[in-house]
Design a protein around this ligand. Structure first.
Ligand SMILES: [Zn+2]
Length: 260
């Protein structure tokens, strides 16, 4: 039987029976895959270290009846410190849920994997930024690389770049100045039937942070700061942007928020 060598991040685990797990793994080679972890919860299992949630590991797999089974495994990075703090653990679980949502079966997505690994590392090692900043930046950046890149350069209608307050038109992923917003609203009122439009007012600092989070090299995309006054708006805009495009919430997000 053919053996497959893949490298991937365990983003979800479902415990089965006494010793088994079903793992969702995002891989460089095959995108999102479901792996049967037979016996991996046994203390005697040689695959136990590589098959924990948040572990980035090499796997040798064989495929049978639509599932992948582990022949061999080697842990590369466990992000150990994520497990030492409940807030970090909860945030990492939510971000991995987002990654699992965006990853596609059979389609390798190195950019998403790289983004997620960098972000888990930042959380685990207390790299720049509060958890709030990390959460918001990941929400926006993951949406941007998965087909929802907002145009944050200028008003999407008249092209004005500065000097006027700008809003984010969430569903259309564009900016609108106050004048164009009025026009857009009049037209929308006339021909839309119940489509929810959300136009969030942005401050210059929040817009600058959003531009940075979507355009900086992935290794440095969290290296910015915002004042305590601006952070709640940044957090709210990024969360709304992601959830409105994914079109559902996450239990892991509710859990993370319940801790705050
Ligand atoms: Zn305009």
């Amino acid at each position: 039987m053919d053996q497959l060598h893949v490298r991937g991040l365990v983003v979800r685990e479902n415990q089965l029976g006494e010793y088994d797990k079903l793992l969702t793994v995002i891989t460089e080679e095959l995108g999102r895959i479901t792996v049967s972890g037979k016996g991996v919860r046994s203390l005697k299992s040689k695959h136990m270290p590589a098959t924990q949630l948040f572990c980035y590991s090499d796997f040798v797999l064989r495929q049978s009846h639509g599932y992948y089974y582990i022949s061999d495994s080697a842990l590369i990075e466990s992000f150990f410190h994520l497990r030492m703090d409940l807030n970090k653990l909860a945030l990492a679980s939510y971000l991995c849920d987002i990654a699992a949502e965006f990853a596609v079966e059979g389609v390798g997505d190195e950019e998403l994997l790289r983004l997620t690994l960098n972000t888990l590392y930042a959380i685990s090692e207390d790299r720049p930024g509060s958890l709030e900043l990390v959460k918001a930046a990941y929400e926006l950046r993951s949406a941007a690389i998965e087909g929802y890149l907002p145009n944050l350069d200028e008003c999407g209608v008249c092209g004005v770049r500065e000097g006027k307050p700008l809003r984010l038109d969430i569903m259309n992923g564009r900016l609108l100045c106050e004048d164009c917003l009025r026009t857009v609203r009049r037209t929308a009122d006339a021909d839309d039937e119940g489509t929810a439009h959300i136009y969030l007012r942005l401050t210059p600092a929040v817009l600058e942070a959003m531009r940075y989070a979507v355009s900086a090299p992935v290794g440095r995309y969290l290296s910015f700061s915002l004042s305590g006054d601006e952070m709640p708006l940044f957090a709210s805009v990024c969360e709304k942007y992601l959830l409105n495009h994914i079109e559902h919430g996450f239990y892991t997000l509710e859990f993370y928020k319940s801790l705050l």
